[in-house]
Design a binder for this molecule. Structure first.
Ligand code: 9MR
Ligand code: 9MR
Length: 587
């Protein structure tokens, strides 16, 4: 109820502020689904209109109301999830920069949106800035955090060795220092496995589009240090990760965590003891991959961060050696809790299979050292099948890295050709029947796309399509990738723009402790809501129904559909920034 009222107030406020504008003369119609931020002058422009009663639409100048484009709606499409009907409005023909609305006669109008070059720049900047707001162990002053300024939380300079993590020089309850890092999500714990894919995605973004980040300012404390803000942000978490390696043997702890989740309090108010828990193979290999990739990148910044690249290389090699000796230790939280006290009941990230972590770590170690040994036994020379990256499935991050260096590895065609094939095959499957989809997006074709954190599925599909675009130069992949960005920013069955702080239909109540506890109406900006998830594990009231594509509620009890998480934000940064790097320069 509170959220409904807030939305009404938001709309009422906009109405009062701008009622002279045509665009605000009436509340926007929920039946018009589109990217609420906008479109590139030369790019595809699509809206999806609910229902089959209407047949035409207009694009109007938002201020004057003048019609600039008239179009016919496409034929009816039926959602495989809800059975509901939509029609597509294609207004790609409108190429002039400006502010517009869409009107469907007899139905209503959209909220205003822009056509402009660099139309997603603020989205990209804000999604990266979202990581700054997730920083542990540091105060966020107003200068950088605006009204979301807050005292430091979780110093993590006195962290206990959990009974499951005891080793040579570290007895149970011995104290170590493990500060910095990002909070994982709506909770305040720090998990190596989820940091792995998050860091891999952000570091790959830098390696894929380095020039774009030369001039990309997110107003963080390090902004003027002559290093791209993307890398400065990554270093905040990298320095934490380095402390998670047991110096005695190179193994890496699974997580730094409270035994139980903190309440809905601000970071600075949280005082519960924190532990590092059991070393294991997936965590160690994810760590190795991140350290190898970081070593590669920070070699070029040795004058700014003396010794950092070397420390990363050493850490990577030590981690790899530990994993070689311990190739199959998995983290099983229930088993750990049977054996040791206190019980740990926070996020499990309990991967059941380390074979994909071996591929990712091996690929990164090979790219760093060019030593073939690292690829031995990974089976990369035979035909490969790509799967979308998730926290528990990271082999594709290794594929992406080997492809990134495919020019360098020219003599290694037997290595990179099967990977190129795997990525383009996968992208091809994504494109099949795109023109039949109710919102004309790759996202949501399969019911399984709507898993916990479905927004990250959309973003990661978008990234896969951009790799296929790099390999083939075929624009259909680029355009479909942009279509998934459109999905995240509003062209979806819920009608929500899933990035906090953006859109005309906004996420206002994410499951995010600071946003809940800070007493500020707007949530912390630049955070990507998890998105529809029909499993509804949170049993929260407020879901509209069980349809996969609509199973979302903007309610802070809904950790299964409306939490935020670093491994979802990272592909959002990648997708929006890469699209900007590719399309933002076009007039
Ligand atoms: O806040 C927690 C969130 O970060 C997790 O994703 C989620 C699932 O593990 O759990 C949330 O914590 C809830 C807990 O599981 C059950 N009691 C209520 C907690 C807050 O809603
Ligand atoms: O993203 C994770 C999802 O794949 C799992 O199904 C879910 C339940 O185990 O946990 C999600 O991760 C949460 C983590 O356990 C704790 N921090 C919040 C994460 C996002 O909800």
């Amino acid at each position: 109820m509170k959220s409904l009222l807030n939305n009404i107030f938001l709309l009422a406020g906009l109405f009062a502020a701008a009622s002279s504008n045509l665009s605000f003369a009436q509340a926007p119609s929920g039946a018009i689904h589109l990217n609420q931020i906008g479109f590139y002058p030369g790019g595809t422009k699509i809206a999806a209109i609910s229902g089959d009663e209407h047949s035409s639409f207009e694009v109007r100048d938002a201020k004057s109301g003048k019609i600039v484009f008239k179009g016919k709606l496409g034929s009816s499409r039926t959602s495989q999830h809800s059975g509901k009907v939509t029609k597509i409005a294609d207004f790609s023909g409108v190429k002039k920069a400006g502010n517009y609305i869409i009107e469907v006669p007899g139905l209503g109008r959209s909220a205003p949106f822009r056509i402009a070059s660099q139309v997603h720049r603020e989205v990209a900047e804000a999604s990266l800035k979202g990581f700054y707001y997730q920083r542990a162990s540091i105060e966020l002053p107003e200068k950088f955090a605006g009204k979301w300024a807050r005292p430091a939380g979780h110093p993590d300079d006195k962290v206990l060795i959990h009974a499951s993590a005891v080793s040579q020089n570290r007895a149970e309850n011995a104290v170590i220092s493990s500060p910095k890092g990002w909070y994982d999500a709506g909770d305040y714990n720090k998990y190596i496995v989820n940091s792995g894919i998050t860091m891999g995605t952000l570091l790959s973004l830098y390696e894929d589009y380095p020039a774009y980040f030369e001039n990309f300012n997110t107003n963080i404390p390090e902004s003027n240090n002559g290093v791209p803000d993307l890398l400065d942000e990554v270093i905040w978490n990298l320095r934490w990760m380095l402390t998670m390696q047991d110096p005695a043997d190179g193994g890496v702890y699974h997580k730094l965590t409270n035994p139980r989740f903190d309440g809905m309090i601000m970071p600075g108010a949280a005082k519960n003891p924190r532990y590092v828990v059991q070393k294991n193979t997936p965590a160690t290999l994810d760590f190795v991959a991140v350290m190898a990739q970081s070593a590669r990148i920070f070699k070029s910044f040795d004058n700014k961060f003396p010794g950092l690249a070397d420390s990363c290389t050493t850490a990577a090699v030590k981690g790899w050696e530990w994993a070689k000796k311990n190739p199959k230790i998995l983290y099983n939280q229930n088993e750990v809790n049977k054996q040791f006290d206190p019980d740990i009941v926070t996020g499990a990230y309990g991967d059941r299979d380390a074979s994909d972590e071996w591929i990712w770590a091996g690929a990164e170690m090979y790219a760093l050292t060019r030593k073939k040994d690292y690829l031995e036994g990974l089976g990369l020379e035979s035909p490969q099948t790509m799967v979308l990256p998730t926290w528990s499935q990271v082999k594709t991050l290794g594929y992406y890295t080997l492809l990134r260096f495919s020019e360098d590895l020219k003599s290694e065609g037997q290595l990179t050709n099967p990977l190129k094939q795997a990525v383009t095959n996968y992208a091809g499957t994504l494109l099949t029947d795109l023109e039949k989809q109710p919102y004309n997006t790759v996202m949501g074709k399969e019911a399984k796309d709507y898993a916990w954190g479905s927004s990250s599925v959309a973003a990661n599909q978008g990234i896969a399509l951009l790799y296929a675009y790099r390999i083939t130069k075929d624009r259909k992949y680029r355009d479909a990738s942009l279509g998934n960005l459109d999905y995240l920013l509003g062209r979806n069955a819920t009608g929500y723009c899933f990035l906090t702080g953006f859109g005309s239909k906004r996420v206002m109540h994410p499951h995010h402790r600071p946003s809940i506890a800070d007493g500020i109406e707007e949530p912390v900006p630049g955070l990507l809501s998890g998105g529809p998830n029909p499993a509804q594990q949170d049993k929260c009231a407020g879901y509209p129904n069980k349809f996969a594509d609509e199973s979302f509620t903007d309610n802070d009890c809904s950790y299964a559909s409306n939490e935020i998480a670093i491994n979802w934000n990272a592909p959002m940064v990648y997708l929006s920034a890469a699209i900007e790097a590719i399309m933002g320069q076009e007039k």
